[in-house]
Ligand binder design. Structure first.
Ligand code: NAD
Ligand code: UDP
Ligand code: UDP
Length: 315
């Protein structure tokens, strides 16, 4: 169908990734419905889109059924930072599982394409490194991260069962740590925490000894990957890793941010949270071959843009 007339639902559209996705879809002349219960997302994230006649906002919780008419669904609704998803863990699992069932039911009735925002957390504390899509992961099913990890794993199961059982046109993206403007300043994620702490001259809270690794993807690259996945041929269901393979330790990240900001902040080591993965890095060979996608924004450039965002926010 022509871009001019594509009607797209984005659940979690008022969140960090969702608001950037809504923006890109509107730029591509789609009609966009953003459904969000504003649990971690904010109206501020989408204020600049309100007034665009192609944009519509629904206050809606995806654990309840939703009846709208669209051609494509991006299912992003779910708190994503550990402090937010652990605040009400039962609700987190309900959002992932009941939310997936409702959005899959909607996609089934409409014969719409549906994309799931899954996560590198399905790999848990990975033994295989870097992580490839055929690795089944190492998740503690009863730990404090399980509400999120197992909720997302079950959502993937539902996506593939609706695909096999009802012939649904599905896409599953396994998103690795993504950062950029509009991250919530208090959501506890490492990039936002370190930048806010460094800007305030407060101690930089490194959990554990900071030797654990992550690989950070700039939001614009990630959103482009989601759109490419939705547009890919129907046999490209995924799961497919989307992330930036440039890996660094959390201590290196802290030092980089301190240096960029020229901050007087010191590093303060705090206990490592339970089940915190020791290493994480995406193997993106599949995304490169199946989508022709790879990230293009280097960490230094992305961090500069994110620092500018937080400077303005704190001013
Ligand atoms: P976010 O917290 O900013 O956005 C999540 C959005 O979902 C928020 O607007 C929130 O209000 C909304 N929401 C939560 N529960 C809801 C419910 N029951 N009904 C309707 N809306 C609800 O987080 P984000 O970083 O933008 O993450 C978006 C999606 O991408 C999530 O599904 C997350 O699991 C996934 N993801 C993100 C990352 C990352 O690094 N940012 C990594 C892996 C996966
Ligand atoms: N659903 C929805 N919108 C729709 C169609 C279905 O929210 O347009 C929900 C509905 O609540 C249902 C769920 O999706 O419980 C799963 O739908 P499905 O058709 O797979 O299952 P069933 O209705 O048979 O339980
Ligand atoms: N982290 C940290 N200090 C902080 C916040 C996070 O050292 O103030 C660490 C955290 O323990 C983890 C990594 O940074 O090892 C990434 O944490 P985040 O919550 O951003 O994402 P996730 O653990 O889900 O990858």
């Amino acid at each position: 169908m022509d871009d001019m007339f594509r009607r797209v639902l984005v659940t979690g559209g008022a969140g960090f990734l969702g608001s950037h996705l809504c923006e890109r879809l509107l730029e591509a002349n789609c009609d966009v419905i953003c459904a969000d219960n504003f649990y971690t997302g904010t109206k501020t994230n989408i204020t600049h889109l309100i007034g665009n006649p192609r944009f519509e906002v629904l206050r809606h919780d995806v654990t309840f059924p939703l009846y709208v008419e669209v051609d494509e669904i991006y299912n992003l609704a779910c708190p994503a930072s550990p402090i937010h998803y652990q605040f009400d863990p039962v609700q987190t699992t309900k959002t992932s599982v009941h939310g997936a069932i409702n959005m899959l039911g909607l996609a089934k009735r409409l014969k719409a394409k549906i994309l799931q925002a899954s996560t590198s957390e399905v790999y848990g504390d990975p033994i295989v490194h870097p992580q490839t899509e055929d690795y089944n992961g190492n998740v503690n099913p009863i730990g404090i991260r399980a509400c999120y990890d197992e909720g997302k794993r079950c959502a993937e199961t539902l996506f593939f069962d609706y695909h096999r059982q009802h012939n649904l046109n599905i896409r599953v993206a396994r998103i690795f740590n993504t950062y950029g403007p509009r991250m919530h300043p208090n959501d506890g994620r490492v990039v936002s925490n370190f930048i806010v702490q460094a800007l305030k001259g407060a101690p930089i809270t490194v959990y554990g000894d900071g030797s654990q690794t992550r690989s950070f993807c700039y939001v614009d690259d990630l959103v482009a990957g989601l759109i490419d996945l939705m547009a890919a041929p129907d046999d490209v269901t995924g799961p497919i890793n989307l992330g930036n393979p440039t890996q660094l330790t959390i201590r290196e990240l802290a030092e980089k941010i301190i240096a960029k900001i020229g901050s007087k902040s010191e590093i303060l080591c705090q206990p490592l949270p339970e089940d915190d993965p020791l290493q994480r890095q995406p193997d993106i060979s599949l995304a490169k071959t199946a989508l022709g996608w790879e990230p293009s924004v280097p960490l230094d450039i992305g961090l500069n843009k994110t620092i500018v965002f937080f400077e303005k926010l704190l001013a």
